[in-house]
Ligand binder design. Structure first.
Ligand code: PLP
Length: 365
């Protein structure tokens, strides 16, 4: 991952005291984009949390003196039921990132982990620090995950394969049937972890979740989060679905107890179909708006199925990020060895109208 400011740096900066005390009151009082700025950088969903989630969180907070008890089983039970699974297929974590870290450490102790060279990476440094050996496989020419090359990289020394679908930052999806075949074949040699953080935002017919393979007891883990369609990134709730032995392995390495307010909010949102539909419609509309901004400036974005769009802007993305930041629009700079690719996350539609105007001005200045 590039050296520019990221969510991880933000957490590390605050925790290590790198943020000066003079700034501390502002930073701790503020939750969300800095005043006057439009934040399109961390794949958040500003349409959340839902009203039902806010009420549930407030009720849970009023009982905040007590450790959360049955709510975790209520939440996992509801998710299990919707996916045709049982409670022992489920593992809860503080955001899906924690379950990813847990899985990487659990299987990383047993062998190497194979993954695409450009993918979601916030959990990778942690795994490396824990001594896990990661093997990166280049993307295909069209920036898609190259399943054949990944399959070829899996030998007896490999314990886990990580596939993010839709992938972040490209937003691209894999064909469901091909991925299913891959999971069945590669799963004979190693556990296949499918990160479906953006599952609910896809609209391509050839995209499908791999949760049916969990129902079939394949060697597959599916991870999801409440941070995206549910708009609850700050409330830290994620989960994994897997065969009971695999779910148990991950649970053994999860460190935090997700907080009561977050779980209550997640439980309320999970069955809030009206909010889910509303949130999805806004994000899909936003995605089209950002695609359109790129296209009208002569840029063809990658076909994104997430709440972000990634595009080769033909110039250094980190330099461009600085110019946009100076105009109060926060976007991402370069990732890995793709200096000219810029990633823009969805904001509220009115924010994306401002983005459209500012991007066009800055790009053509
Ligand atoms: C692909 C992917 N997986 C997992 C996560 C982690 O999300 P969280 O820890 O908020 O659930 C993200 C966050 O951006 C992501 O993009």
């Amino acid at each position: 991952m590039s050296k520019q400011f990221s969510r991880r740096d933000m957490m590390r900066g605050i925790a290590s005291g790198a943020v000066s005390l003079a700034f501390a009151p502002t930073i701790f009082a503020q939750h969300g984009p800095p005043p006057g700025k439009i934040a399109l950088r961390f794949n958040e969903n500003p349409y959340g949390p839902s009203a039902s989630a806010l009420k549930a969180a407030a009720d849970a907070t009023a009982m905040g003196a007590y450790y959360p008890t049955s709510i975790s089983n209520d939440l996992l039970g509801a998710i299990a039921e919707k996916n045709g699974l049982a409670l022992d297929n489920m593992v809860l974590s503080s955001g899906s990132n924690e379950a990813l870290q847990a899985a990487f450490v659990a299987w990383g102790k047993q062998g190497k982990i194979v993954l695409p060279e450009l993918t979601y990476s916030d959990h990778l440094d942690y795994a490396r620090r824990m001594g896990v050996e990661l093997v990166s496989v280049p993307l295909g020419k069209d920036m898609s995950i190259d399943l054949d090359r990944i399959a070829a990289a899996v030998d007896d020394s490999v314990s886990l394969v990580y596939i993010c679908n839709p992938n972040n930052p490209t937003g691209m999806t894999l064909d469901g049937d091909k991925l299913r075949d891959f999971c069945r074949t590669v799963g004979r040699k190693a556990v296949v972890l499918i990160d479906e953080a953006y599952n609910e935002l896809t609209d391509r017919p050839d995209y499908t979740s791999m949760v049916d393979l969990v129902r079939e007891d394949e060697n597959v883990v599916v991870m999801r989060t409440f941070s995206k369609i549910f708009g609850m990134a700050g409330m830290r709730v994620g989960y994994g679905m897997a065969r009971p032995d695999l779910a148990n392995t991950i649970a053994g390495y999860v460190m935090a107890w997700p907080n009561g307010a977050g779980m209550a909010a997640a439980y309320a949102s999970y069955s809030d179909d009206e909010f889910i539909g509303f949130s999805r419609a806004k994000i899909l509309k936003g995605r089209e708006m950002v695609n359109e901004t790129f296209r009208k400036n002569g840029i063809e974005p990658l076909p994104s199925q997430g709440n972000f769009v990634y595009a080769d802007i033909g110039r250094n993305a980190t330099e461009f990020q600085k110019l946009m930041n100076a105009r109060n629009i926060l976007i991402r700079g370069s990732f890995e060895r793709y200096p000219n690719y810029s990633r823009v996350s969805m904001g509220k539609l009115e924010d994306l109208e401002v983005f459209d105007r500012v991007f066009t001005e800055v790009y053509n200045a």
